[in-house]
Design a protein around this ligand. Structure first.
Ligand SMILES: O=P(O)(O)OC[C@H]1O[C@H](O)[C@H](O)[C@@H](O)[C@@H]1O
Length: 611
């Protein structure tokens, strides 16, 4: 009944209908434990597979007429409103989904997470990012130790340091007040901080974040900065990530040229779990802000990774509010019954769309420009966490898990890819940064409220005809609708609600992983790419230093690498090229010399038919 291809939203509309919902309800069998270890062999999963057949008859425009259903599909908690009535699901669907959550032991797994159990089995680690936002009085034990006091030691250190930088009492080596901060990191050490930092932006930025190892990015970051008044923050959980370490070395060279080696302690600090390597890099451990291996990189926004830049820029008060917002959702996630638990409901909706309706693409569309970096952050949180092909115990999955996430703030996205929007819409319904533009915000929100219904209802031939559209244009102007979305409304966008939003998305991803039975906390696929890059690095050095021939690559890679190395003889990117009079950057020169390579990745996700 399904077409044999994925990544298409239209599959929803092309499938043949089958059965009806009441028949499916009667067919519902009591649940029992999965026989093979995969959740797909459970009765709860099979009930959903049978149930999904009945759904294809139903159109959202009909489902939306049932007010009781719609009322049941709106949940509120601590100012957040979740409306999932525009999902292609009935109340019965949610009964089946909740049965699946119970079958998968979601509640028990949430408890294990909060209890510091080593649920990241492949790395033998606890998963305790929730401990990062726990109040000082809370007790969260990991490996026999309450970790909350350690968390607060670092928070106190962040408070003290950030206040000194902000007040000007922390001065650079030459006695000048620091005016600029560059935070270097990549992946989780960049995307999460960037999301939070951008969301709270007020206009006067002290901090900038640098990720890419591309020399142009480095040059742009340094452009106009004076080493004597610049603080560099190296952010790396492992302190081994090549890109970050290379950028850190470039920055160190840049600083030393002006303030000398002895000035580094005043101009460079680090955020890491690896304090030994921080010291070996030449930084004073007193200038390091620690975190712990039980914080995954992509879940590290609430550690010093995200909080140090936030505290320096916006003050520690905002950091406190951010943590309180996240903790509000953490507490709800831990304690609320599954049927009222907003992150659990969000996770179940994702499971329903991906594994049963087979819609593995999700657009995240905040109707708030301040949330412009939400989608890039969630791309990593979701796709690195749940882009897994095997279960926790190494069995290949026989169902589809993981989504393709993408997004853009509305209304920009409307003018780009809205033909494909499909699942999540986030909005702020009261503006925070009111310059004057109440009417601008109203305009924005008109679009926000219009889009979900446009997607749900579509437009029929008859409606188009009644609008006087000519027959030849009607095929282009009718829309089948029935595209699901869900809405999240925040009362405002401030540090508190930002923390709530972050925790909601983090926990949604975790719930999905709990149900699919995968490990949402490791990233071995990324490691493969890293080790292959290491091999290429060695080969490049052998060619350059020893004049050796490239060996061990296929024809295509050898050809491209040789072309690159040949072009590289023109490329002389060194200190004097980067700097002119110590702080002036030759962007144009660098641009001319850098060879650009890019590639299109064609990712084909195959979804096989149900039998
Ligand atoms: O913070 P770092 O140790 O430098 O790691 C930065 C990033 O490295 C890799 O790409 C991992 O897959 C990410 O999860 C991590 O956030």
């Amino acid at each position: 009944m399904f077409r044999k291809e994925g990544l298409t939203l239209y599959s929803l509309l092309q499938v043949k209908s089958g059965g009806n919902i009441h028949a499916c309800m009667q067919a519902c069998r009591p649940c029992s434990s999965p026989a093979t270890g995969l959740i797909s062999s459970s009765i709860a999963w099979r009930n959903l597979r049978e149930h999904v057949d009945g759904i294809f008859d139903l159109h959202l425009k009909d489902l939306l007429q049932d007010e009781r259903r719609c009322r049941d599909m709106i949940k509120e908690y601590d100012g957040i409103v979740l409306d999932y009535s525009r999902q292609r699901a009935t109340s019965c669907t949610f009964k089946f989904l909740l049965a699946l959550a119970k079958e998968a032991g979601v509640k028990e797994k949430i408890d294990m997470m909060f209890e510091g159990k080593h649920i990241n089995k492949t790395e033998d680690r606890a998963v305790l990012h929730v401990a990062l936002r726990a109040p000082r009085t809370e007790k969260i034990v990991c490996d026999g130790k309450n970790v909350v006091p350690d968390v607060w030691d670092v928070l106190d250190k962040i408070k003290c340091f950030s206040e000194r930088v902000r007040s000007g009492s922390w001065v650079g080596q030459t006695g000048k007040v620091l005016k600029d901060v560059v935070a270097i990191g990549i992946g989780g050490s960049y995307l999460g901080p960037l999301f939070a930092y951008t969301a709270l932006q007020t206009g006067a930025e002290l901090v900038q974040l640098l990720a890419n190892v591309d020399p142009i990015d480095v040059a742009i970051a340094l452009n106009g900065l004076c080493p004597e008044t610049t603080l560099v923050v190296i952010v790396s959980k492992t302190f081994t990530t090549q890109e970050t370490m290379l950028n850190a070395k470039t920055m160190r060279t840049w600083l030393i040229a002006s303030v000398g080696k002895e000035g580094i302690a005043k101009h460079m600090v680090a955020v890491s779990t690896n304090l030994k390597l921080v010291k070996e890099f030449g930084l004073d451990p007193d200038n390091a802000f620690a975190f712990w291996d039980w914080v995954g990189g992509r879940y590290s926004v609430c550690s010093a990774v995200g909080l140090l830049p936030l505290a320096i820029q916006y003050g520690f008060n905002k950091v406190n509010q951010f943590l309180e917002g996240a903790w509000s959702i953490d507490s709800h996630f831990r304690c609320a019954p599954l049927e009222d638990n907003i992150p659990v409901i969000l996770g179940l909706i994702s499971i329903w769309n991906v594994s049963f309706l087979r819609c593995p693409a999700r657009a995240i569309l905040p109707y708030s420009q301040a949330l412009q970096k939400l989608a890039p952050h969630i791309q990593q949180v979701s796709m690195e966490s749940n882009g897994k092909g095997v279960s926790m115990d190494g069995r290949p999955l026989d169902f589809h898990a993981g989504e393709i996430d993408f997004g853009e703030p509305g209304t920009n996205g409307q003018h780009s890819f809205y033909q494909l929007i499909h699942q999540v819409i986030t909005a702020v319904y009261s503006p925070t940064h009111v310059c004057e533009p109440i009417s601008n915000h109203d305009e924005l929100m008109c679009n926000f409220f219009a889009q979900p219904d446009a997607l749900a209802y579509g437009k029929t031939w008859e409606q188009a005809k009644a609008e006087g559209i000519s027959d030849d244009l009607i095929p282009h102007k009718i829309f089948t609708g029935n595209r699901p979305s869900l809405n999240i409304l925040l009362p405002t966008l401030d540090a508190y609600t930002l923390g709530q939003l972050l925790a909601l998305y983090e926990h949604r991803v975790v719930v999905q992983g709990f149900i699919w039975g995968i490990n949402s906390f490791d990233q071995w696929g990324v490691e493969l790419g890293k080790s292959l890059a290491g091999k290429v690095r060695l080969s490049m050095n052998s060619v350059r230093m020893k004049g050796e021939e490239l060996k061990g690559y296929n024809y295509s890679t050898t050809y491209l690498l040789n072309r690159y190395l040949k072009g590289k003889t023109l490329y002389k990117f060194h200190k004097s090229m980067l700097l002119d009079g110590k702080d002036k950057v030759h962007l144009r020169d660098i641009r001319q010399l850098v060879l650009l390579f890019f590639f299109d990745l064609i990712y084909h996700m195959t979804i096989t038919s149900y039998t």
